[in-house]
Design a protein around this ligand. Structure first.
Ligand code: ARG
Length: 270
């Protein structure tokens, strides 16, 4: 256990360092990232500052069941929560898809009003954005080849080739336990690489791991979670009024049971 406390601490330090470089927009060594900063705007949106009654959500729609493509549409838990929040404010939600590590810069530049992307609240992110109340509890888990008998828990991935989605908490955790971190733009690509035997494991959020593994018989998810995290909505630093408005909407969604309804629609209880 001690070892993990140490790991968590080192993890926090790594995060601090990464965010010290936040101006660069992306982390170093992004070897596997092909379409960094690719941006797919959904709807007939226009570029630039947000105006009027449109409420812009920045996300990375490679994260089922929270945000993913269903045909041309971006759907998922986060999208529905954000839409309900926007509605409660009398606004229309517009979803902008971008690389995960472009979300915070989009909020900072005013291109987006909110970042909703299964984003884990971390002390280091709090240095650049403000977070609302949390709306989901999550954890990071390990995905391995279905026939792998060697890796049975977190301790076994030390020094292994680990695949992650670039700029996520999984990325930071992996970086702490091995020198061989393969960074992908999409979690799905990491799982593909794993199935092809290019890497030994993938570290990613629990529900996403389940969703990705469900589509790939060559891999399985280990039960043991090694970080507990919580997701919240990110807004521009200092925008207390918006945080309060969103918190009120979230509280209402929790109270009415609507939040649970949205989660249940996408996640079937075991
Ligand atoms: N929870 C992790 C983090 O905050 C991963 C989030 C990735 N989200 C996404 N939409 N791709 O770093």
């Amino acid at each position: 256990m001690k070892k993990y406390l140490k790991a968590v601490f080192a993890f926090a330090m790594t995060t601090t360092m990464l965010f010290a470089m936040a101006g660069c927009g992306s982390s170093p060594e992004a070897n596997n990232v092909e379409e960094q900063n690719t941006e797919v705007t959904q709807g007939e949106g226009t570029e630039g500052e947000t105006t009027g009654d449109v409420f812009v959500m920045a996300t990375n729609a490679e994260f089922p069941p929270y945000e993913f493509y269903e045909g041309q549409d971006i759907v998922g838990i986060d999208v529905e929560i954000a839409r309900a929040v926007a509605e409660s404010m009398g606004k229309e939600l517009k979803v902008e898809d971008m690389a995960f590590d472009s979300i915070i810069p989009a909020i900072l530049s005013g291109k987006a009003d909110i970042g909703v992307a299964g984003m884990t609240v971390t002390e280091d992110r709090k240095a650049s954005v403000d977070f609302t109340d949390t709306y989901v509890k999550a954890s990071q888990v390990i995905i391995i080849k279905a026939d792998n008998t060697e890796i049975t828990g977190a301790a076994d991935v030390e020094g292994k080739a680990i695949g992650v989605q670039l700029g996520t908490t999984g990325d930071l955790y992996a970086s702490d336990v091995t020198d061989t971190v393969e960074r992908y733009n999409k979690g799905f690509e990491a799982v593909q690489a794993l199935a092809q035997g290019k890497i030994d494991a993938v570290i990613i959020d629990d529900q996403v791991a389940k969703a990705l593994a469900a589509d790939n018989a060559d891999v399985k998810v280990l039960d043991e979670p090694f970080t507990e995290e919580e997701y919240a909505i990110a807004v521009k630093k200092g925008n207390t009024e918006l945080v309060e408005q969103i918190n009120a909407a979230l509280a209402e969604l929790k109270e009415s049971g609507k939040l649970q309804e949205i989660v249940d629609k996408y996640i079937t209880a075991e």
